[in-house]
Design a protein around this ligand. Structure first.
Ligand code: PRP
Ligand code: ZN
Length: 283
């Protein structure tokens, strides 16, 4: 018995999806342009599919789980469970207009908006009490205003370079999106166990990514102040250095408040601060 996971076959999520699996100890030999691949060291089978189709495959049970963008998951309104945000593939679904337009609401009233996301766009328009005409097109949405097909577009923006090269500017964001792990609502308990095993690994990898291992030297008379600045998993490790009157302090810091704490540590007398990435973190 194998868990079947659907991942994007090429595009913004492909590399990060495979990297995440690899960091979870799941190596896939995807030589060539295969549709299907097996992992050597985890009972999992990988299907490479178009990202837009992944929620459908998971709903139908063709795949047990999948990695897809929230934008696609919510647009397709499929019956799947969202298990975990994966922290990559970050982008936003935004409305954009010609860069020369002076935009302020209710500018969109009565306008035509081209998009591949009619469901999410309609929800947004309803909430804002705007009545606009939605033109659903499946690709190259960004050229619609230039050829007179629409007054505005609603599309994914990541770096913003697609908008820029097409003379468009982002005016409203309707959804922030990232990759998520989705699962079928009808998994056998055996498969459910495998999903939990995979999630355990994913969380350990994610946690590690958000934390750094910090080592520093401190004069013993400053130790107390320095330790107060460090959260650590339980409390920091303190080891004596060969040089008398000095200690080495080891701890774990979160990415978010990392720089602030490093500055305070330096000010409190810490020296020789080393910051090391953590590979896995299980707490
Ligand atoms: C999106 C969107 C734009 C581009 C924006 O397509 O439709 O074309 O990415 O990215 P940028 O701001 O970095 O230029 P996507 O990669 O999702 O392709 P798809 O629609 O074929 O899935
Ligand atoms: Zn897509």
């Amino acid at each position: 018995m194998k868990l079947k996971i659907a991942v994007q076959k090429s595009g913004r999520l492909y590399e990060d999806s495979l990297r995440l699996l690899k960091e979870c100890g799941i190596t896939i030999a995807n030589g060539g342009n295969k549709l299907k691949a097996e992992a050597a060291n985890f009972p999992i089978e990988v299907y490479f599919l178009r990202d837009d189709d992944i929620p459908q495959y998971v709903e139908d049970g063709v795949a047990d789980i999948g990695i897809a963008g929230e934008n696609v998951v919510y647009e397709k309104r499929k019956q799947v469970d969202v298990q975990e945000k994966l922290g990559f593939g970050k982008c936003r679904l935004s409305i954009a207009v010609s860069k020369n337009e002076t935009f302020s609401q209710p500018w969109l009233n009565g306008k035509r908006i081209a998009t591949s996301y009619p469901v999410l766009l309609q929800q947004y328009l309803d909430k804002q009490n705007i009545s606009a005409e939605i033109h659903e097109i499946s690709g190259s949405v960004e050229i619609a205003p230039g050829i007179g097909l629409a007054d505005a577009i609603c599309d994914l923006v990541s770096s913003g370079s697609t908008l820029l090269t097409n003379g468009l500017k982002e005016v409203e964001t309707i959804l922030f999106s990232q990759a998520v792990l989705i699962s079928s609502k009808e998994l056998s308990s055996e498969k459910e166990n495998l999903v939990q095993k995979l999630l355990f690994r994913i969380r350990a990898v994610q946690k590690a990514r958000n934390n750094k291992y910090v080592l520093l030297n401190a004069p013993d008379n400053k130790l107390e102040d320095i330790i107060k600045l460090l959260p650590g998993m339980k409390s920091p490790t303190v080891l004596p250095l060969a040089t008398k009157g000095w200690s080495s302090v080891h701890s774990v810091l979160q990415e978010d408040d990392f720089w602030d704490i490093i500055e305070q540590l330096k000010a409190a007398g810490a020296e020789g601060i080393l910051v090391v990435p953590i590979e896995k973190m299980i707490i």
